[in-house]
Design a protein around this ligand. Structure first.
Ligand SMILES: Nc1ncnc2c1ncn2[C@@H]1O[C@H](COP(=O)(O)OP(=O)(O)O)[C@@H](O)[C@H]1O
Ligand SMILES: [Mg+2]
Length: 252
């Protein structure tokens, strides 16, 4: 076991992480803490290291220095991508990966199968799924009246919600989302804000987003990344008045 000496109550403890690409530091001694059952936004200019941060936590990129501790003492750098998913860290990319020719219900069922064996997934023969849980998730992601619609027929925003529902049904502790409201209508964006607040009562949500109004509506702590490190932290209202944040990100 590592000698772990983290003081704060955290689900993710990011400690001095550096990622170098041919000498260029995409992350430069990055440190911050994500509390359990919390909502946290990450913003910053293009190239700040936001996506690299998610790549590091999800095991896609290995850092040259530092560590990320999950829960009490799990050093994530010892695990590969699929083991990290199994540990309870889920990631949503911008393009939803849903099964377009299956219904909403089938998509949620497929995602919830405990046995991720490919045959049980294909042949729907696993009876262990929890239909109460699926109904609860469908209500949570605003799709309870679309259960028998093909995923194909959903709006862009509904597809994003479906994928979030699929990730929720896998029972993760940490959910990381890269630009979740890009392309959504105003109404969908507003509903997504409410959805995230609800989800974060049970798990930690980390949201990378460029939509400042959306982030402000989340009413949550915001971390501003710049050149691979934390430039500032606070709520969006405070950050809007922060000179260095205005300088590098928000503009004048
Ligand atoms: N695989 C890679 N090889 C080389 N450079 C990379 C690689 N991935 C990211 N970078 C560089 O690292 C920096 C941070 O990128 P990224 O994390 O994608 O920023 P963001 O998501 O904040 O826009 C950028 O300058 C980018 O060009
Ligand atoms: Mg990015």
């Amino acid at each position: 076991m590592d000698n772990i000496n983290k003081s704060a109550n955290s689900i993710l403890y990011i400690d001095g992480v550096t990622v170098s690409f041919d000498g260029f530091k995409a992350l430069n001694n990055l440190s911050f803490t994500v509390p359990p059952k919390s909502l946290q936004a990450i913003v910053g200019p293009n190239g700040a290291g936001k996506t690299t941060f998610m790549d590091v936590v999800t095991g896609r990129t290995k850092p040259s220095q530092g560590r990320v501790i999950f829960k009490e003492n799990i050093n994530l750098f010892k695990y590969d991508e699929s083991s990290i998913v199994d540990l309870g860290i889920a990631r949503k990319f911008q393009r939803p990966s849903i099964f377009p020719n299956h219904t909403v219900l089938q998509n949620l069922e497929l995602a919830s199968y405990k046995n991720k064996n490919i045959y049980s997934t294909i042949f729907f023969n696993n009876k262990s799924m929890d239909s109460d849980l699926i109904t609860k998730i469908a209500v949570q992601v605003n799709l309870d009246s679309n259960l028998y619609d093909d995923a194909n027929s959903l709006s862009h925003g509904q597809k994003q919600w479906l994928e979030i529902g699929m990730l929720l049904s896998q029972n993760c502790n940490v959910l990381m989302l890269d630009e979740p409201v890009a392309g959504m209508t105003d109404e969908e964006t507003e509903k997504t804000s409410k959805l995230f607040k609800k989800i974060s009562k049970d798990r930690s949500l980390i949201v990378i987003e460029h939509d400042i109004d959306f982030i402000q509506s989340l009413n949550c702590p915001v971390t501003v990344l710049h050149e691979g490190a934390v430039l500032a932290q606070g709520n969006m209202k405070e950050l809007k008045k922060n000179e260095s944040v205005i300088e590098v990100y928000l503009g004048r």
